[in-house]
Write a protein that binds this ligand. Sequence first.
Ligand SMILES: [Zn+2]
Ligand SMILES: [Zn+2]
Length: 225
Amino acid sequence: MTRCVWCGQPIRQTVTLSGLWRFGQQRTETVCERCLTRFQRVTADHCPRCGRQQTDRRCCYDCQRWGANSLTNHAVYQYDAAFKAYMQQYKFQGDYALREVLQQELVRALHQEDYDLLVPIPIDAATWQTRGFNQVTGWLTDQPYFQALTVRASHKDQPQSAKTRAERLMTQQPFRLVENAPALLANQRVLLLDDVYTTGRTLRHAAAEIILGGAKAVTSLTLAR
Ligand SMILES: [Zn+2]
Ligand SMILES: [Zn+2]
């Protein structure tokens, strides 16, 4: 019997024709129905630039403040208590099995994006040491991606989550391109992938480097906003 990777409850496997059609063979579910519905999707009423859930489709105040430094971000879920609890267990407590909770959802979201090359936001060396995995690439299954960016060695102050908004906005460029990046980025439409869009600063830093590397366009996708 399979148990849900998140809540530990037994999962009843059901064979469906659509499942057989899509995957060639029936895939084994690892997350229960109840856990899959804990998150709240971003509905059609969201900011067209950052994906923030709203009651209308106008550009939000934060995006207006970014002015010309625009980046189009799509978000799958609202960053609410459930998503926060999930990230706490997956990312901060390092429960790697929880990557499976969002893998199928990410496949669906990626299918709706228009891009040539997928570039995940990297983690720094200290995080590799303590957590042992990149929470963003953990969600990818067999989708091709290119780790075009690394975190600069000098960028080792406190984590983003421990900073105030003002501190986060002042942060210097934390990323640099890997050596072979320009050869692979040239003329490509790049989709950046990150876990949560908070201020948008991290993604804009990443987008600036990607453009320097020769990409012709950059957009981003996050699991939450
Ligand atoms: Zn569950
Ligand atoms: Zn916005």
